[in-house]
Design a protein around this ligand. Sequence first.
Ligand code: UD1
Length: 368
Amino acid sequence: MIKIFLIAGARPNFMKIAPIIRACKRYGQDILNYKLIHTGQHFDKEMSQAFFDDLDIPSPDFHLNAGSGTHAVQTAKIMVAFEDVCEKERPDCVLVVGDVNSTLACSLVAKKLRIKVAHVEAGLRSFDMEMPEEINRMVTDSITDLFFVTEESGVDNLLREGKPRERIHLVGNVMIDNLFYSVEKLQTERGQNFRFFTCNDGNYAFLTLHRPSNVDDAETFREIAGVMNEIADEMPIYFPVHPRTRKMIEHHGISFSPKIHRLPPLGYAESLKLWKDARIVLTDSGGLQEETTALGVPCVTLRENTERPITVEVGTNILAGSKRQDILCAYRAALGRKKGSVPPLWDGKAAQRITELLLGNFKDIRRV
Ligand code: UD1
């Protein structure tokens, strides 16, 4: 039996951990003994519990209640609390997903306690060290034992950084496992209580915006908001507002056109319902770049770079940055662009591959 800790802390982790839990369940706890750890990085109902409900994630076995803070405070709080749980429970492996502070904090703790670290979504690189996520990705990968990679560029990056080939596994994308599961659920579970229905003709845009580089600086945020107001004259925009963004809108006094419908943060299902039927998605999210590619929805990414280049190479994603002209140009190009294709292995079976590899690779540390 392998005892494994699955780490989830922030909103984008929940979508990635849900299919892994489903895949673990297929084995039974006597073979793959998993425990879910919620670090508490995200804590509002709409940023956390709504996702547990939508994605059928069981209640966490341990909740670290870390909450918000500066990067150092948040990371440290998670580390202190997680070390305690690890020392008591002694898992064989800690599996982290993505690139948030919880990913970094828990992998550091595990490695120092000589517990194996598995990283799902390893190897992605934006080559932009101003992004906190890039630092989290690089540090996590520097101490990871088993790398689970979503796209070929991740394999190339890890090899270039000297990681051993035999520990790198291109498995596909758990985010897309979750997407397919949720699209099916949306079709079979009719009559869900969604609060925000749009006109069903799909002639609207869906916007998300929360990167510190876009919303923390007043001038940048004002420029992006100005272009969104222009686009809203052509089609209405639905905009679920992240807590960080909400604070910054107030702080900078940003004004939006009434044709931009500002919504509270949405659960996974309601958000999916809105963006999958949209004519275009405008976003600075990492995950949405991949999800729009998987469903063939045009996407304009409001960033200068992406750690997910396959979405631009074969998918529907166009990088726009944060300048007015560039965004308008990308917006027009995206509306007229062909559908794109779905990257290899983004087939809904990534989590299954991951659990098989976990059992195969850690058989030498299996408990009896
Ligand atoms: C974090 C991740 C980012 C990810 C994003 C998705 C890091 C470094 N960043 O950024 O990669 O794309 O999550 O949402 O880990 N807040 C609330 N309620 C909550 C959560 C946060 O009000 O439930 C507030 C916090 O108090 C803080 C702000 O939102 O003021 C930012 O939260 P934080 O977890 O620090 O980072 P995110 O911007 O959410």
